[in-house]
Design a protein around this ligand. Structure first.
Ligand SMILES: [Cu+2]
Length: 490
């Protein structure tokens, strides 16, 4: 069993493109390639843990791209035919979470790449700067595949964010997950009859409770909860506030000081922490105060530690001491409820032993030959979606693909200060009702919405909606047939 604060935080490598070319319209396209392969990770002392990784590592390599550069990513499935521990067939589908990608490049759960084939994903990168992540989305197997290691961050930069916030080594990805280990160091999987998996070891960037040595300056942390079920309530051990500057869809209109925040699977919060006020030698912990309906163990209240050093600070970099208050407006946060053409109500609930969303399951979508939709807005329609969780026993992080949304209210009250920015996942807690405002823009086609507690998603809390399609329309962006997996060209 690993112990807290014994290893240093590792920063995943940034993936280099194989080449960057101009397309026929003179736009930059960067070509990337990732091989999904088995690998070994050193997590538990004296053992190696088998993982499935993008390029064999967990978390996978970070993709870092400037707004306006398109990406073509070749994803090779070089995994074993069946999962070495869990026994299911390792077909994969890759979702870039936070990107308005065309449906055929969105990691549609049933758009599978079998062993030995590859798929070329296209990512437009026209949206405002944000922290995205790519992870497996294979139908009914997402929890196992993400838990095994198929997850990584993806950073979209733009000039606004470049000017305002710390960059380079002071812009730090923190991918938080939890795991449980067998006596031989392998990952155990127990999802408690599909309710959720709660590990007793907290990993940050794949290391248990790591330590980061920090200068006495402002740092930016891109906090991603990549746990398959656990939600966190993060706080500093000093009880000092952190400054939240960005949510899932990028910069907020105004930064928010919070002393703790609730953070479910797949949500991203970018925070600033000013270490300049602490003397060198101080240790500050990032803690987890937890939330209802998680299972906690001895050390799951700790996450990582920051050790303040006396390494000289470059004060010519203005971000060393800047905590901006006004950040950036966005089309999502400028939307007004009066623009909504429709309000739809959707429930998340357990029904006949299955998790359901908006009254359906993905099995029903499959049975309809992928025709069944729970909403059908026209292109550029604005709608309000009211998501209701009447249960006291479960929380559900609900993710809507394609869109960024604004949280209008939570139980009739304003959203929490830290979620007053563009979002694509919303924590729908016990007995909570949230109202979301969004515009269905950029692409026509079919997109998923689902719970991001991954055992819930797999069993079978996932539905789809269509944008700008009417029943019987030919869909040129059919998510399964428009850009299928293919053999590697010679
Ligand atoms: Cu759920």
């Amino acid at each position: 069993m690993p112990k807290p604060f014994q290893s240093l935080l590792k920063i995943p490598p940034v993936l280099a493109p194989e080449r960057t070319l101009l397309d026929s319209a003179g736009r930059k396209v960067s070509y990337y390639r990732i091989r999904q392969t088995p690998g070994l990770a050193g997590v538990v002392p004296r053992f190696m843990t088998p993982v499935l990784g993008y390029n064999g590592i967990f978390p996978g390599p970070t993709v870092s791209v400037e707004q306006g550069t398109r990406i073509s990513l070749r994803m090779d499935n070089l995994l074993p035919l069946v999962h070495p521990q869990y026994g299911h067939v390792l077909n994969t589908s890759t979702h870039l979470h936070g990107s308005a990608s065309l449906p055929q490049f969105d990691g549609y759960a049933s758009d599978l790449t079998p062993k030995g084939l590859c798929k070329d994903y296209e990512y437009p990168n026209f949206q405002p700067a944000r922290t995205l992540w790519y992870h497996d989305h294979a139908v009914h197997k997402t929890a196992w595949n993400v838990y095994s290691g198929l997850a990584a961050q993806y950073h979209l930069h733009d000039p606004v964010e470049r000017a305002l916030l710390p960059q380079g080594r002071f812009d730090v990805p923190l991918t938080v997950s939890d795991a449980m280990f067998a006596a031989d160091g392998s990952l155990s999987f127990n999802d408690n009859s599909h309710s959720g998996l709660w590990g007793d070891v907290i990993l940050v960037n794949g290391s248990p409770w790591p330590v980061l040595k920090v200068q006495r300056r402002v740092y930016r942390f891109r906090v991603l909860n990549a746990s398959i079920s656990r939600s966190y309530r993060f706080a500093l051990s000093t009880n000092d506030p952190v400054t939240v500057v960005a949510t899932d869809g990028g910069l907020m209109p105004a930064s928010q000081q919070v002393s703790a925040w609730r953070h479910a699977s797949a949500e991203r919060y970018e925070i600033l922490v000013d270490f300049s006020k602490y003397p060198a030698g101080t240790r500050i912990e990032l803690r987890n105060q937890s939330n209802k309906n998680n299972v906690d163990y001895d050390f799951t209240n700790r996450v990582m530690a920051f050790d303040v050093t006396d390494e000289p600070v470059n004060t010519a970099d203005h971000t060393w001491k800047t905590i901006p208050t006004v950040l950036a407006s966005s089309t999502t946060m400028d939307l007004k409820p009066a623009q909504a053409k429709k309000t739809r109500t959707m429930r998340v609930q357990r029904d006949n032993g299955r998790w359901t969303i908006a009254g359906t399951t993905w099995e029903e979508v499959i049975r309809s030959k992928y025709q069944k939709v729970v909403a059908d807005p026209d292109l550029n329609d604005v709608e309000i979606w009211q998501v209701e969780n009447h249960s006291g026993g479960w929380f559900h992080p609900v993710h809507i693909h394609l869109v960024d949304f604004q949280i209008l209210s939570r139980n009739g009250k304003p959203p929490f200060p830290y979620e007053r920015g563009p979002k694509d996942v919303v924590y729908v807690g016990e007995g909570e009702t949230v109202r979301l405002l969004m515009k269905f823009e950029h692409h026509r086609g079919k997109y998923m919405m689902h719970c991001h507690n991954l055992p819930h998603e797999d069993h079978d809390m996932m539905a789809q909606f269509s944008v700008g399609l009417k029943i019987g329309d030919v869909d040129p962006n059919d998510p399964i047939t428009a850009a299928p997996a293919h053999p590697e060209p010679d």
